[in-house]
Write a protein that binds this ligand. Structure first.
Ligand SMILES: Cc1cc2nc3c(=O)[nH]c(=O)nc-3n(C[C@H](O)[C@H](O)[C@H](O)COP(=O)(O)OP(=O)(O)OC[C@H]3O[C@@H](n4cnc5c(N)ncnc54)[C@H](O)[C@@H]3O)c2cc1C
Length: 376
């Protein structure tokens, strides 16, 4: 179902039971039990102090991005005086509607069918095309995730409208009510604001982790509109043969509370190990600038920036990174940015909350030594 209790870790403390906004978890015989109406909102995972509640990574990632879109969509809908709807294709997913309402949706278009259990481009495109044709939304947003990037262009083509990919900002133009879709352009050197004046819906994919998740209002309700999922099997040309989970720990980079990232200033792959050492001490994810990736010091899943991941941790420590705009778009929503750089005029200093101006070959070993000794 996307969530499981690790019985060996569960102490029956009840933290998860208290945290669940939907009353869908209960401690029975000193072990937590999840009920069938679980919305996969993840509140129990956050509350658990024993790593006993495991939310499927895909579910939790999708949920994060969907919630961010709902938060932003709510603001846009309120400005337009329109309702906010979510589209939910899947199989036995009705339980998720509550979470969608709690995070701002007024309506959920629910398309349930066995064939929609796993994401599949053609069937999902068919469902979304039917929703757009029938209900004619003025705006349609997707997360710029692997799925969103696959699905949104197809839908845009089917319904003959434009699509602005990878937006980092959305707003409504006061005079016209048009959606203002802002994204980095020309290699990230300018921020372009794009409008879709003549076609509907106005469609955009939005970078995950740029928008903030809204707070959940558990008693908020809405309307479920059931969409017939009539999919002609002959129209499905691709088949899912196997699912292979990607297990590289780098995937957790965009979920990490702390990210330690290294750039060209590290000079060699051996020196980059200092970044890994510091990250391990802090329980942080390891990030890298594009040159550090291009030079083969770290694989691409670690890259932060326009052509890499967007991260928004509590603390981002940039070591030997100049802070070019293409890097900054991937990390500037971090709560606290610490820059270690010998150049006081490096662009990273403009976004840094704390700057250590000096030689990283002196600062990093000193930092590692100090943190190690405090941990001991
Ligand atoms: C279309 C496009 C997409 C791009 N996408 C990305 C992306 O996703 N992510 C990304 O990172 N870049 C991206 N770039 C590249 C980006 O423009 C920069 O070139 C890159 O971010 C610079 O990486 P850097 O900061 O590691 O290296 P540099 O710019 O070379 O900076 C190295 C820094 O280290 C400092 N330094 C050197 N020695 C020391 C020392 N001993 N102690 C302390 N500090 C030291 C220097 O002062 C300097 O500020 C993209 C570019 C384009 C055109």
């Amino acid at each position: 179902m996307g969530i499981e209790i690790i019985l060996d870790n569960c102490t029956g403390c009840g933290l998860c039971e208290t945290a669940c906004p939907f009353g869908q978890i209960e401690v029975v015989d000193k072990k937590a039990v999840i009920k069938s109406g679980c919305t996969l909102c993840g509140a129990c995972c956050e509350a658990c102090e024993f790593e006993a509640v495991l939310l499927d990574r895909l579910v939790s990632e999708l949920a994060s991005c969907v919630l961010e879109l709902l938060g932003e969509g709510r603001k846009l809908a309120d400005k337009l005086g329109e309702e906010l709807a979510a589209v939910l294709p899947g199989h036995q997913v009705e339980g998720l509607c509550e979470a969608l309402f709690a995070h701002g949706a007024d309506k959920v278009y629910l398309a349930e069918h066995e064939s929609l259990e796993a994401y599949q481009t053609e069937s999902y495109t068919a469902v979304l095309t039917a929703v757009v044709s029938q209900y004619k939304p003025s705006v349609f947003l997707f997360g710029a995730t692997t799925t969103g990037r696959d699905l949104a262009p197809r839908l845009a083509c089917r319904v003959r409208t434009g699509l602005t990919a990878d937006c980092t900002g959305l707003d409504i133009e006061a005079e016209t009510g048009l959606l203002l879709q802002t994204r980095p352009a020309w290699g990230g050197n300018i921020m372009a604001t794009i409008k879709t004046a003549n076609h509907r819906p106005q469609m955009a994919t939005v970078r995950p982790r740029v928008m903030k998740k809204p707070a959940s209002v558990p008693k908020r309700t809405g309307e479920i509109v059931r969409i017939p999922a009539e999919i002609n099997p002959k129209s499905i040309k691709a088949k899912r043969v196997e699912v292979i989970k990607y297990t590289d720990t780098a995937v957790q980079l965009d979920e990490a509370d702390i990210v330690v990232a290294g750039g060209r200033g590290l000079q060699t792959p051996e020196n980059f190990k200092m970044i890994e050492e510091l990250a391990e001490l802090l329980g942080a994810g390891v990030g890298a600038s594009r040159p550090a990736v291009d030079l083969g010091w770290k694989p691409h899943p670690h890259q932060v920036g326009q052509t890499g991941k967007t991260v928004g941790p509590k603390v981002y420590i940039a070591c030997g990174i100049s802070g070019a705009v293409q890097h900054r778009v991937g990390m500037e929503t971090s709560e606290i940015i610490v820059a270690i750089n010998k150049d006081p005029d490096a662009p990273i200093m403009r976004t840094a909350d704390y700057a250590a101006v000096g030689d990283l070959f002196q600062i990093l070993p000193a930092l590692i030594k100090e943190i190690s000794s405090r941990k001991k």
